[in-house]
Design a protein around this ligand. Structure first.
Ligand code: SF4
Length: 50
């Protein structure tokens, strides 16, 4: 998925429909398409405007 730890232009996880934001007190959210901790300013190639 070409996951990367920085945004691609103005695309980033926080704007993606597959992203679930972090709970209070944590830095990382989750994603329904990519396993593991997902930072809001990360990005991958299955990004979809949310
Ligand atoms: S699909 Fe990709 S861009 Fe979207 S939230 Fe998950 S990791 Fe981020």
């Amino acid at each position: 998925m070409n996951y990367q730890d920085h945004p691609k232009g103005n695309q980033q996880c926080v704007n993606c429909q597959f992203f679930t934001p972090p709970e209070d007190g944590t830095n990382a959210g989750t994603c329904s398409r990519v396993e593991g901790d997902i930072e809001p300013d990360d990005w991958c190639s299955v990004y979809a405007e949310g």
